[in-house]
Design a protein around this ligand. Structure first.
Ligand SMILES: *Cc1c(COP(=O)(O)O)cnc(C)c1O
Length: 361
């Protein structure tokens, strides 16, 4: 066997999660969000499992062009839109759909022949105040876009929710109310739902939903994990046990000698570290799954290794595989103790990790 960490990508789990998004939003079409290399899972790996999605969505033009180069034929929404003439022309050539969130982007569109324009989707700032046309900019922007003939048969407006991860937040309802008059005024379709909205607000699905994190099996919510909302983990990150040693009470472990052994005990060294994307801030006590039981990370995470307390698994041997997150250990739990979100754990995975695909076809 080779002693390098591996990420098992389970495409059957991805199909299951996509089907769940479709069941939650039965009236809507699904744009699978695969920005940031499919949240670190690899776009070329996940594409074959997204056959049932009606469209794809990414943040940037270059991501969309890469999808076309890989042979993706579905509609692709570029959620950040284009920032220069070359991008707009490439988008038109490749049949991409561009979000338009700023009047400057309309200036660019107007500098091109109407026939050379891609389809555009106005992005409305309904209160998140990141990208999006402010309500007072919408009227003029819509008039200009209409004149350019780039809104398609029926305009599609998109917006993004700031607090959907907290289903009790009043912000979501405020944003929802902001967008309603615009839908009526322009007889427009709506795309508003990310994973959190898909899973928590059946009345807010709109016409196109945009699931991201839920496709990969992690939870969009602060309080619940992926499995708790019916999702299956797509990525299982594993690494081998490189060494087992018995150390004496009072000895210290690793960089900074931050952890002191409370008794004579076995300690394991697992071959994964922040150089592979395991979070350096994972503290002592972070769970690691080993031979069916949870053991605890102890001491500092280093670049290539972590150390674990083997008192609960004294029979563990060199070559046993530990699971850092995935099947049997939700990435959401690791994210929470490491002070981050599963999104970031997935995105941070480095190319040093070998990838195995399961659940094809
Ligand atoms: C990333 C993103 C999504 C997907 O969000 P998830 O929380 O991963 O479901 C949807 N819409 C926009 C605009 C995004 O940037």
């Amino acid at each position: 066997m080779d002693f390098t960490p591996k990420a098992i990508i389970d495409l059957a789990a991805l199909r299951h999660n996509l089907a769940l998004a479709q069941r939650q939003a039965p009236q809507a079409q699904v744009m699978a969000v695969i920005k940031a290399n499919a949240y670190g899972h690899g776009v070329e790996r996940v594409l074959p499992a997204l056959e049932q999605a009606q469209g794809l969505a990414v943040a940037r033009c270059d991501e969309a062009l890469r999808l076309r180069a890989l042979g993706a034929r579905k509609p692709i929404l570029v959620m950040g839109g284009a920032y220069n003439i070359e991008m707009i022309s490439a988008a038109a050539e490749q049949g991409l759909i561009l979000a338009v969130h700023h009047p400057g982007q309309i200036d660019l569109l107007e500098s091109l022949p109407k026939k050379a324009l891609p389809r555009c989707v106005p992005k409305i700032d309904s209160g998140m105040h990141r990208l999006g046309l402010l309500p007072e900019q919408t009227e003029a922007a819509m008039a200009r876009l209409k004149a350019l003939n780039c809104l398609g048969e029926q305009p599609l407006l998109m917006t993004h929710m700031a607090c959907a991860d907290d289903p009790t937040s009043a912000m979501t309802d405020r944003q929802w109310r902001q967008i309603q008059p615009l839908l009526q005024r322009y007889d427009a379709q709506l795309s508003a739902a990310n994973s959190a909205l898909i899973l928590s607000r059946p009345e807010m699905q709109g016409n196109w939903v945009r699931p991201g994190i839920m496709l990969y099996g992690a939870s969009p919510f602060i309080q619940r994990s992926g499995p708790e909302v019916g999702l299956r983990p797509v990525m299982t990150l594993q690494a081998p046990l490189l060494a087992v040693k018995y150390l004496k009470k009072g000895e210290t472990l690793g960089y900074g000698a931050t952890w002191t052994l409370p008794e004579d005990m076995p300690v394991g060294v697992v071959g994964i570290g922040y150089g592979d994307g395991y979070p350096r801030h994972a503290p002592t006590g972070t769970p690691v799954l080993l031979n069916g039981a949870e053991v605890s990370l102890v001491g500092r995470v280093s670049m290539d290794m972590i150390t674990v307390d083997l008192r609960r698994q004294p029979q563990a041997r060199v070559g046993d595989w530990a699971t850092l997150w995935g099947r049997g250990l939700a990435a959401d739990r690791i994210a929470q103790v490491a002070g981050t979100i599963a999104y970031q754990l997935f995105c941070n995975l480095t190319s040093r990790v070998r990838v195995e695909i399961h659940g094809q076809g």
